[in-house]
Design a protein around this ligand. Structure first.
Ligand SMILES: Nc1ncnc2c1ncn2[C@@H]1O[C@H](COP(=O)(O)OP(=O)(O)OP(=O)(O)O)[C@@H](O)[C@H]1O
Length: 620
């Protein structure tokens, strides 16, 4: 893999650090005698014979400072290593644990972080009795919470990224997710903390020795030399200057290494790869024709409910079917339950949520029975495109690595073949210069290009169903139509069914065959797109959405957009009766008490509204 040249601070830091390590290793072997030799020249100032003068016993301060490097650096490295290993394991363990352990772990880390490390180190040292080993152990424990907090926060945030969701959908094991996705994305900040931790350890180790709590005579480190130097500061300032400078230079080296590593490891700092020689585009794969089992559905959901741990229902008995090759939209305001419905189909619901369903399947795979739905199989039947193309790809890996990995993990395709297939898909999804893109990092692609690359990734296995969760919301308006056209083209040419989630009724009416309107966790209307375009809808909420949509409301007669007043109730605020009643112009007394059932009509549409149907069903 080609990397950019090492940044200057990293080079400077590494040179300095290497020098310090060499000195630490060789100094006691070569110059211990000079450092410990007594002479009659006591407390002399700097001279040609003694560059930093001598101490109270006539020993050469320069050589003592040089020899003390080993003990100081050894102790700082040991303390940092203990803190980094223990803290990282602790943080990762808490991130991977269940909710209860996470809550307790977080509080314990918060508590430990509220004490300055030096206080913790002093307390442990006092308990364990002064000495080198106790100081190293105490410092390791004192800095451990900082590593635990950082690892925990980083791992949790990376875990929530869409590319981790995709990896989970693809059935990538926890360990591989950790190695491929979590570690590369948290390594840089952890390395900075290691360098800061090392610099702080040098200071604290020296500080504790300065106080007489660490290295005991006749051994000496920079802290004990500094203590003796301060006692003689008026006779020979050089005696304090030597160890002080050594501490400063070591801290500087650690800082430069940390800063340089961040720049070097961040792929956003890399120069663009050279444009490869143009190669003829591989042939477009032939359309697969029809999909799904004969007469079967690409996805089918019946009675899906999702609950929070406290039992509150977030979505209630949602039912919908996506026929083979059909494009179905789910539309509704923020919080209506669109994404949870889609995530349930991909088996990507957050762990803390509880779900149940009478029936949940993707192209015949029963998702309610994990034994019948091995992740690898689901991964080949289902592709997913998320809203934010910037979080859909792992920022630490090149686009090509991520695309080919999907094929290599699941089908054992050779690298060369996987690359050819990935390039073909990128070409098909109209990603310009696909060979070049394969070698680029996600941040080097524009938003629209990344989203097309994401669609290419979702299409790699020729899935029967693509779930597109707000695929255009994060995009520039100029490329939104392009991405929608691409999805429609895929649907036409491959017969891929699409479940499109959007809050924009204009987007779904442009792309879909059928639309489910959701409100407060329920489907309130299901309508064909022809009826939607004609505005022949029944539910007052769907009418309100249409009236508020610019694409449909700016009529030839100049009708103005009508905003929908109020807000959808949160899960806590939902009461008995129809959740839309407080905002509904047609609300009647029954609406406040009875939840209307979704009633199918002969046309195939369905609506849940007392004003439109006469067979209410009580569901609270
Ligand atoms: N992990 C979770 N824990 C608790 N509540 C959640 C969780 N995930 C989602 N919710 C809640 O479930 C409800 C439905 O969420 P969902 O993401 O499906 O809404 P949405 O219709 O897709 O909205 P948006 O367009 O904003 O994404 C919201 O009220 C949301 O706050």
């Amino acid at each position: 893999m080609r990397r950019n040249r090492l940044p200057a601070p990293l080079v400077a830091g590494l040179v300095l650090a290497a020098l310090i390590v060499v000195v630490a290793v060789v100094a006691p072997m070569l110059w211990q005698g000079r450092a410990d030799a007594l002479s009659a020249d006591i407390r002399q100032g700097p001279s040609g014979a003694h560059w930093l003068g001598t101490d109270a016993l006539g020993r050469d301060v320069f050589w003592r400072t040089v020899v003390a490097t080993r003990l100081t650096v050894e102790m700082a490295i040991a303390a940092t290593a203990i803190a980094a290993v223990l803290g990282t394991l602790l943080g990762a363990g808490i991130a991977a644990a269940g909710r209860a352990v996470r809550a307790v772990g977080d509080r314990v880390i918060d508590l430990l972080l509220s004490f300055p490390p030096i206080i913790i180190a002093l307390t442990f040292t006092a308990i364990l009795s002064p000495g080198r080993a106790s100081v190293v152990g105490a410092l390791g424990l004192a800095f451990c919470p900082q590593f635990a907090r950082l690892t925990n926060r980083l791992a949790l945030s990376v875990n929530e990224r869409d590319y981790v969701a995709v990896a989970r959908l693809l059935g990538v094991g926890r360990f591989r997710v950790l190695i491929r996705h979590v570690v590369p994305n948290i390594a840089a900040p952890l390395l900075v903390l290691v360098s800061v931790g090392f610099a702080t350890s040098v200071l604290t180790v020296s500080g504790l020795s300065f106080l007489g709590l660490s290295v005991q005579p006749p051994a000496y480190d920079w802290g004990s030399l500094l203590a003796s130097g301060l006692r003689n500061i008026y006779d020979n300032p050089g005696e304090a200057l030597g160890p002080a400078l050594a501490i400063l230079v070591t801290g500087l080296a650690a800082g430069l290494v940390g800063d340089g590593l961040v720049r070097h490891l961040d792929p956003r700092g890399a120069p663009p790869p050279r444009r490869p020689a143009p190669v003829p585009a591989p042939p477009r794969p032939a359309p697969s024709g029809g999909t799904g089992p004969e007469g079967g559905a690409a996805a089918s959901v019946r009675g899906l409910s999702v609950r929070r741990p406290d039992g509150r229902e977030l979505i209630h008995e949602v039912s919908l079917t996506v026929g083979a090759g059909e494009v179905v939209g789910i539309v509704g305001e923020s919080g209506s339950g669109k994404s949870l419905t889609a995530l349930a189909l991909a088996r990507l619901l957050p762990r803390e949520l509880d779900w149940s369903a009478e029936h949940l399947d993707v192209n015949g795979i029963d998702l309610a029975d994990p034994a019948k739905a091995p992740p690898a199989r689901l991964a080949t039947e289902l592709g997913i495109v998320f809203q934010d193309p910037s979080s859909s790809f792992n920022p630490a890996l090149r686009i090509g690595t991520q695309l080919t990995e999907i094929l290599r993990v699941h089908t054992g395709t050779s690298r060369r073949q996987a690359e050819a297939m990935a390039v073909a898909r990128l070409t098909e999804t109209r990603v310009s210069s696909p060979e070049l893109r394969m070698r680029q990092y996600p941040h080097e692609l524009s938003g629209g290009m990344r989203q097309r690359a994401m669609i290419a990734a979702a299409m790699l296995h020729e899935p029967k169903l693509i779930i597109a969760d707000e695929p255009t919301t994060a995009l520039d308006v100029t490329v939104q139509a392009d991405v929608l056209r691409l999805l429609k083209q895929i649907n036409r040419e491959h017969g891929t069914a699409i479940l499109l989630i959007s809050h924009d009724i204009g987007v779904v009416s442009a792309l879909c065959d059928r639309v489910c309107v959701m409100y407060a966790g329920r489907v309130v209307e299901e309508v064909s797109v022809e009826d939607l375009r004609r505005r022949d809808v029944r539910h007052p909420y769907t009418r309100a959405l249409l009236a508020a949509s610019p694409e449909t409301a700016t009529d030839l007669d100049g009708a103005r957009l009508v905003p929908l007043p109020g807000r959808a109730p949160s899960a806590e605020a939902r009461e008995a009766g129809c959740a839309f009643a407080p905002r509904c112009p047609l609300a009647a007394p029954v609406c406040a008490e009875v939840v209307p059932a979704l009633v199918a009509e002969p046309s195939g549409n369905a609506v849940a509204c007392h004003a439109e149907t006469s067979t209410p069903e009580v569901r609270t």
